[in-house]
Design a protein around this ligand. Structure first.
Ligand code: GLU
Length: 426
């Protein structure tokens, strides 16, 4: 196997995710025979904000960063969704991610709409001070667009609880009072919820458990490859190994991947990445490329990084039986069709990674009530919601004879369409 990826194909840049959302909306509208007026509303974001954020850099110079916040649809409630800090961010990726948040909240029956935010930046090139000034500067620009009963951000790619703490603090400073409910994914003790940090991975595990039951697969014997070793990828590896003894045979990050057919120790790999900046060159494992990881002979493949990595070029070579999408938008519609024909079960992003926003919603409830739950309560409420959503998607896939993504769309969009009718929007 190769040592280093020669030129990592940046699929998240090559494909336009918002065009993909529009294709997905079109096929959903056909499946549900949606009236034209509803179709017109679900394929367009409601509100978009683009801002310039001036940041005083450590060298004394001002640098202006571009930021976005898109509120896709709020028919079901205040909008909700993470903030990404990424060098390749565009308004179209944020639009797509905001749409997927809308379907995600609907599918999980959360009283929330969907939104997403992003800043074009490379956090690995920023000092802590610069990162704090950028985080506060972003809130300073968008504060009157968001709010606890309007639009509630959260962490996403390359943002974390510390960044949420700065953003909440900045919003509270502007409001002149503590406003814990403006943002979720905060650290504990300043309004965070137990279980939020691992919630995306834990929710994914609950979905995988249900899917394994449906497929008659014994998770204790199964092998797992995980692309991306950030918050979601690492916790998925850890929990799958810890709870079921799953054999995590390969993981990767931006720089490349590692493989050991006997299994990796998720915590030791995480420690190696923390010390060296990458999982690559982990002792006792073979270095592989990200593309090689995706086509390994494993039972479960978990894309946990960026969009469009499973596409028409590699879908025919994937050997996993189940693809559990912890990332948002990792599979293109062309790849979906190929995988469906090949009998590979795709657990779609806005089902599989919905644990994060679900515990964010629990965090909001705890903030409003000023009453904090114990871990067991958070996990059990999450498990019930995830299992219920999985079975509603499975039932729809059997009813319409479609793949799980189209089925998830049908459940989520039908609820949104019904709400629009009830509210008299169409
Ligand atoms: N960023 C996460 C997602 O894509 C969580 C969003 C939230 O908690 O609001 O689902």
């Amino acid at each position: 196997m190769g040592n280093q990826e020669p030129t990592l194909p940046a699929w998240h840049v090559l494909e336009n995710s918002f065009e993909i959302v529009q294709q997905q909306c079109e096929s959903c509208a056909m499946l549900l025979a949606l009236p034209d007026n509803i179709y017109e509303l679900i394929r367009n974001p409601m509100r978009e904000l683009q801002v310039s954020i001036p940041v005083k850099m450590d060298n004394g110079k001002i640098k202006v960063f571009k930021g976005f916040r898109v509120q896709y649809n709020d028919v079901l409630g205040p909008t909700k969704g993470g903030i990404r800090f990424h060098p390749d961010e565009t308004i179209d990726t944020i639009r797509a991610l905001a749409a997927w948040m809308t379907w995600k909240c609907s599918l999980l029956e959360l009283p929330l709409g969907g939104a997403k935010g992003g800043v074009i930046c490379n956090p690995s090139e920023l000092s802590q001070g610069e990162l704090e000034r950028l985080s506060r500067g972003y809130v300073e620009r968008i504060w009157n667009f968001i709010g606890p009963d309007r639009d509630i951000p959260a962490p996403d790619v390359y943002t974390n609880p510390q960044i949420m703490a700065w953003m909440m603090d900045e919003y509270s400073r502007i409001a002149g009072k503590n406003q814990f409910g403006v943002i979720t994914g905060k650290p504990l003790y300043i309004g965070g919820s137990v279980g939020r940090n691992t919630a995306t991975a834990r929710g994914g595990i609950y979905i995988i458990v249900e899917a394994a039951k449906t497929a008659g697969m014994d998770l204790h014997q199964s092998t797992l490859a995980i692309q991306g070793y950030g918050n979601a990828g690492f916790h998925l590896a850890y929990l799958a190994n810890d709870i079921f003894g799953c054999n995590v045979v390969a993981v990767s990050d931006q720089r490349g991947g590692i493989y050991n057919k006997k299994g990796l120790d998720p915590t030791a790999v995480f420690e190696h990445k923390r010390r060296n900046g990458s999982v690559v060159d982990y002792p006792g494992a073979e270095n592989i490329t990200n593309s090689e990881l995706l086509t390994l002979n494993v039972d479960i493949l978990c894309p946990s990084a960026l969009e469009n990595v499973i596409n028409k070029h590699n879908a025919g070579m994937i050997k996993a039986k189940i693809i559990a999408e912890l990332a948002n938008g990792p599979t293109t519609p062309e790849a979906d069709a190929i995988l469906f024909d090949r009998g590979i079960q795709v657990l779609p992003d806005f089902l599989c990674n919905a644990g994060g926003v679900t515990v964010s919603y629990f965090e909001m409830i705890q903030n409003f009530n000023m009453l904090y739950w114990e871990e067991g309560e958070v996990f059990e409420r999450l498990r019930k919601k995830m299992a219920y959503a999985y079975h509603s998607v499975l039932n729809a896939s059997e009813k319409y004879h479609v793949d799980m993504r189209k089925a998830a769309y049908s459940v989520a969009v039908q609820r949104i369409a019904d709400a629009m009718v009830l509210r008299g929007w169409v």
